[in-house]
Design a protein around this ligand. Structure first.
Ligand SMILES: [Zn+2]
Length: 136
């Protein structure tokens, strides 16, 4: 894990430079929105750039920027509609069966980033869910 930790550190540090608990993604410089939230790769082709909902809308996630991240098409379709926890398990399974060192390396980065976002979801879940109707 050491190698990918080093390689991925830059991206994580960029994201964490905001308030760690509630990073306001819209306040990040535009260039930082050009990186996939999972594989960390630069998405320099606009049509490859998708919006990822950390909690999928179909699972109660809202459209607030707290819940949205930039994601490459490949990672977005790999996650599909799964919860982050299931996505992490899928990535770990792919890692376990992969014989390709480059693919394993990329999967390590994706697992680490997905776990980072899972931690974020755990701490900021109320900001990511559609608000419950609460008339006072
Ligand atoms: Zn990606």
């Amino acid at each position: 894990m050491t190698a990918s930790l080093g390689a991925c550190k830059g991206l994580l540090l960029i994201i964490q430079s905001d308030d760690m608990n509630i990073p306001d993604y819209n306040l990040l410089p535009i260039s930082q929105k050009d990186f996939c939230c999972y594989c960390g790769k630069l998405i320099d082709i606009p049509k490859e750039r998708t919006v990822e909902h950390l909690i999928p809308v179909s699972r109660g996630g809202n459209n607030h920027h707290y819940n949205k991240r930039t994601c490459c098409k490949k990672c977005n379709s790999l996650r599909g509609n799964h919860s982050l926890l299931v996505f992490i398990e899928i990535l770990k399974t792919l890692y376990a069966v992969s014989m390709n060192p480059v693919e394993k390396y990329e999967l390590e980065i994706m697992i680490m980033n997905a776990e980072y976002w899972q931690d974020y979801v755990n701490t900021a879940e109320d900001k990511l869910l559609r608000s419950k109707v609460n008339h006072k």
